[in-house]
Design a protein around this ligand. Structure first.
Ligand code: G6P
Length: 611
């Protein structure tokens, strides 16, 4: 997730680009940059400023620099490949300092391409995947920027939205997209390219959407869009009636709903950045092979939603890698004088990487000589810096206080990590790894199909919002998802909810159930399906209304329960990443029905830096 913008026209565009980036800052803010071409007196001079940190840093630097130009591009970065550093900030330049490019997305095959380009004499200065693109464009440039961009894009695999400008074509911007968003803003004697509409909404309300595989060639008075087959596409512009504040949420009522809806993208980007051609790459983790082979035990430390991802990790690491795993609430771990045998791996999971309890648990584990790996959504966060290695989720910034897209991205990392550990330890073969990766590759589209069922879940919420208490039940791989489902309901709707392993109900909690205490049960296709069916019958016999989350095609269960939420079929080991999504939506819709502020629930904070 990064924000990109481009301007071609007659105005001095530095402030236009900067203001556009401010609107895109929600997409990333670890570094940023702007480059413009000054065409006055035919001098064709490029000026560029980049800064690490949020846009205030860039703004300050720009205020001190004389910078003019009527063609320009800008970028605000959410680091994927390469830490936040001025050299990794965009725009990126070719060897001759003539072509400039900004990119949002992930180039999956950057490594072989980079090696190939270096062998042909290209000089790289950054650690980014993006830089290969600008060198490829340089290689193919023969006076026609569109052609060069097309040829370069034909070589890359992955996701991208790009804007390219060149000193040699001073009146032109070229944009292209595959999986990452890009729009054209249409002005009078000027045109814009941007990651989203709000970035340029103060200048125009007329837009064209660039579709998958399309390339846009833009001057101040003309916009040409070509499809994959190099055919000119005839598009009609549309006018938006968005105002700025609703536009930042891209039309969604809240950031949380937007982030829930972004989950298939967040999970896909996370998968893509760690898997290439059926090989899992966790290089940035620095995890030594001898540690993986010899570890006796794994401890997972985390808080809140990240703790639930830890539970998912326990299930799959024990299943695939056959290493025993303890999942510990971070705030408890540090005070219990944990017994950590040597060698052990401690995995800290923290979306922000700043949760003080998790950092304290890392310090405790370090004191006891464990090898520490952090799973985080934020590069260079405190937890990452205090660890021996890190693996990143690529969910983009999350604004809603209650985690959603970062959680499913964390789960994807846990799946990949479990397979990686299993492969290194010889518990699974390359063929088995490829088989499981094929299943994981389909997860984003399965999540999307659950999200497409939103209105059905809203109808259910309209029935269930009146109840004061809920019990969520699941077994085996279903349990972490109900823990998260119950937490979401508590956090954002202030409705009391508890999660229980379904078999444990008879040892106490079943005393609570009745017609005023509904039960939400995970009853998808799994090895414990018949067991959970028994548990559902037990609560039904006590008059509890039951919502069952069940695999598409299970008609029979409809005779037993009051309502069903259908989810696509997936092997049980990987079911949590799908099953948690409708539970987030269920909690969200109940909270909305109760009039709660879902983005900023009472008493909570996004990042808890106090004990
Ligand atoms: C807070 C947030 C939760 C989050 C938890 C852990 O309580 O409200 O949504 O799960 O912190 O945050 P972390 O950044 O460490 O994952």
């Amino acid at each position: 997730m990064c924000g990109i913008i481009g301007y071609v026209g007659e105005k001095d565009c530095v402030s236009i680009l900067l203001n556009g980036l401010k609107r895109l800052e929600y997409r990333g803010y670890d570094s940023s940059g702007i480059a413009v071409l000054n065409k006055e007196d035919n001098r064709n001079e490029i000026s560029m400023v980049k800064r690490v940190g949020n846009l205030k840093k860039l703004e300050k630097a720009l205020s001190k620099k004389e910078m003019k130009g009527s063609l320009g591009i800008g970028h605000t970065r959410w680091a994927t490949h390469g830490k936040p550093h001025r050299l990794n900030a965009h725009p990126h330049l070719d060897c001759k300092n003539e072509i400039l490019l900004v990119h949002n997305g992930i180039i999956e095959n950057w490594e072989p391409l980079k090696n190939e380009l270096i062998s042909r004499g290209h000089k790289f200065i950054s650690e980014t995947d993006t830089e290969v693109l600008v060198h490829l464009v340089e290689d193919y440039y023969n006076g026609d920027l569109v052609k060069a961009v097309r040829k370069a894009l034909n070589k890359v695999e992955g996701s991208y939205a790009i804007v390219v400008m060149s000193k040699k074509s001073p009146n032109q911007l070229v944009g292209a997209r595959q999986d990452s968003p890009l729009v054209v803003g249409l002005g009078n004697g000027e045109n814009y390219l941007a990651s989203d509409i709000p970035a340029v909404l103060e200048h125009t309300n007329k837009f064209l959407i660039i579709e998958q595989g399309e390339i846009a060639n833009i001057t101040k008075d003309k916009v040409e869009i070509y499809d994959r087959n190099e055919k000119l596409v005839n598009k009609s512009p549309f006018e938006t009636n968005w105002d700025i504040s609703s536009a930042e949420k891209e039309g969604y009522e809240d950031f949380m709903l937007k982030e829930i809806m972004e989950q298939s993208i967040a999970v896909r980007e996370t998968y893509r950045s760690h898997v290439y051609k059926y090989k899992i790459s966790l290089d940035e983790s620095n995890l030594p092979i001898d540690i993986i082979k010899n570890i006796k035990k794994i401890f997972i430390v985390a808080c809140g939603t990240s703790f639930h991802a830890g539970y998912v990790a326990k299930g799959v690491v024990e299943r695939f890698a056959r290493i025993p795993v303890d999942v510990e609430i971070a705030s408890e771990f540090r005070y219990k004088d944990p017994i950590i045998p040597n060698p052990s791996l401690v995995i800290a999971i923290s979306q922000s990487g700043e949760t003080i309890d998790t950092i304290a648990a890392i310090r405790e584990a370090k004191r006891k000589n464990a090898w520490i790996l952090t799973i985080s959504n934020v590069m260079e966060s405190s937890a990452v810096r205090e660890s021996d290695g890190a693996v990143y989720t690529f969910a983009g910034p999350e604004i809603g206080v209650a985690a959603s897209k970062t959680h499913t991205a964390q789960i994807m990392i846990c799946y990949l990590l479990s397979l990686y550990l299993a492969k290194v330890r010889g518990e699974i073969t390359s063929a088995e790894t490829a088989y499981y990766l094929n299943i994981l590759k389909e997860v984003p589209s399965k999540i999307k199909s659950v999200l497409d069922n939103h209105s059905k879940i809203k109808e259910l919420a309209n029935i269930y919002y009146k109840f004061p208490d809920f019990i969520f039940i699941g077994r085996k791989y279903g349990f972490p998802a109900v823990m998260e489902g119950a937490l979401k309901l508590k956090e954002i709707s202030y409705v009391h909810a508890e999660a229980y392993p379904a078999g444990e109900m008879k040892h106490g909690p079943i005393a609570l159930v009745g017609e005023n205490c509904p039960v939400v049960a995970i009853a998808d296709d799994s090895s414990v399906y018949n067991k959970i069916l028994g548990n559902i019958s037990e609560v039904k016999a006590r008059n509890a209304p039951v919502v069952a989350l069940t695999t598409i095609g299970n008609e029979k269960i409809k005779n037993l329960v009051d309502h069903v939420i259908e989810v696509p079929k997936i092997p049980e080991e990987f079911s949590a990443i799908i099953n948690v999504v409708p539970l987030q939506l269920f909690a969200y819709e109940i909270a909305k029905k109760l009039g709660c502020n879902v983005d900023q629930p009472r008493n909570l904070a996004k990042t808890v830096t106090v004990e």
